[in-house]
Design a protein. Structure first.
Length: 387
């Protein structure tokens, strides 16, 4: 009995349909599993970042498990000290919030007064004087009464309308208070839960690093294991270069911004300096985010607009110098992504994962490019993403 096989165009159409469905399923998985995947990717990046420190302690004859524990403990201690410093500055800022709110009210009142003056001047300029409404005191009483009688006689008689029937609406039962509290808490519960796993995830990735690498290489044929090993090392190198490069750049911007804010005598310079410096590194929206904290801090100190313009101009200058002169040397020379690929990656991951997607878009895309560069079948995609 002859076997009927589909024609070649039908085979191609089926393959395309399967690929489209697979791509849609991958997008849905990335979106609905974003909290888990973000936690996993952050853990992998931190493990790649801390692995050289673990190897340094292993040269001191410490076993990998103990060296991983020491490195993770030092990292957690640094995070705790950083959080303690931020808490001290924020506590002092909270005590001064009434002064900021009073200043904001004054600025709003001044802006409303200026807007009223502009509207009045515009009205007087646009509307001729003879067409403006005559004040009531300028009209003689007799002429006013005659005008009222003429207007009343000219008005048509409007028949009385029947009384309107009041519409009865059924109001839904108010939502209990506990449901609001539950919805609010549940939105943060998963984030806090996944964040609590990050230290343990990083520790196990560091302590089991050799086992994980061997298991990863055994997934490939003997001929492809060298390429897989190079991909592993290349992804680790890109992750370390991206994080360390941005960290060094953020430190330089923080120091420069803090010194400038101290010279300007802005309050809480030790808080807004690092905040402005690291916010400046956010792709595409770094300048508006970096300008916000110093402008808010300057409200109770300065009132002249030229001071705010000068602060914004200096922060923008710091951003341009860092992104055009320092970023290509510290980060761009290791990532090797073209501007179009970076822009599309930021749009894609920002749409799926929000703000954290903007921060992880470049290392994820650079890691995918490293995998493609070390694969014979995917090398064309690596060239498409490269510079």
């Amino acid at each position: 009995m002859p076997v009927l096989t589909p024609s070649l165009p039908e085979n191609k159409a089926g393959i395309v349909a399967v690929r489209v469905l697979a791509f849609a399923a991958a997008i849905a998985l990335l979106y609905f599993g974003r909290i888990f995947l973000i936690t996993l990717i952050i853990g992998i990046i931190l493990a790649f970042l801390l692995d050289p420190a673990v190897r340094m302690f292993m040269r001191m004859r410490l076993p990998r498990g103990l060296a991983s524990f020491v490195v993770c403990s030092i990292a957690l201690l640094g995070v705790y000290l950083l959080g303690l410093g931020l808490y001290t500055e924020v506590s002092a800022l909270v005590d001064d919030l009434p002064a900021y709110s009073q200043r904001m009210n004054e600025l709003v009142d001044e802006a409303a007064t200026k807007i009223d003056e502009v509207e009045k001047n515009t009205y007087q300029l646009v509307v001729p004087k003879r067409y403006r409404e005559t004040p009531p005191q300028d009209v003689p009483p007799a002429a006013a009464r005659a005008a009222k009688r003429k207007a009343k006689a000219a008005d048509p008689v409007v028949p009385a309308q029947p009384p309107a029937v009041q519409e009865v609406r059924i109001r839904p039962e108010p939502t209990p208070l506990w449901s609001y509290v539950y919805n609010y808490v549940s939105s943060f519960y998963n984030v806090f839960l996944m964040t609590s796993f990050v230290p343990f995830l990083v520790y196990f990735m560091l302590s089991w690093r050799d086992h994980l690498r061997r298991s990863y290489l055994y997934m490939f044929n003997a001929a492809d294991r060298s390429l897989a090993g190079r991909s592993w090392e290349r992804v680790a190198e890109i992750a370390r270069a991206y994080v360390l490069g941005n960290f060094i750049l953020g430190i330089l911007l923080s120091v420069a911004s803090t010194l400038f804010f101290v010279l300007m005598r802005l309050p809480y310079a030790l808080l807004i300096g690092p905040l402005s410096g690291f916010l400046s590194l956010v792709p595409y929206v770094g300048v508006p985010l970096a300008v916000g904290p110093p402008l808010i801090a300057a409200l109770p100190v300065y009132s002249h607009p030229s001071v705010y313009i000068a602060i914004a101009a200096v922060i923008a200058l710091f951003h341009l110098i860092a992104l055009n002169l320092l970023y290509p040397k510290l980060v761009g020379s290791r990532v090797h992504l073209n501007p179009l690929a970076v822009t599309v990656a930021l749009m894609f991951w920002g749409t799926l994962w929000g703000g954290i997607g903007l921060l992880l878009a470049i290392p994820i895309t650079a890691g995918l490019k490293a995998v493609c560069d070390n694969s014979a079948t995917l090398s064309a995609y690596g060239k498409l993403l490269g510079d």
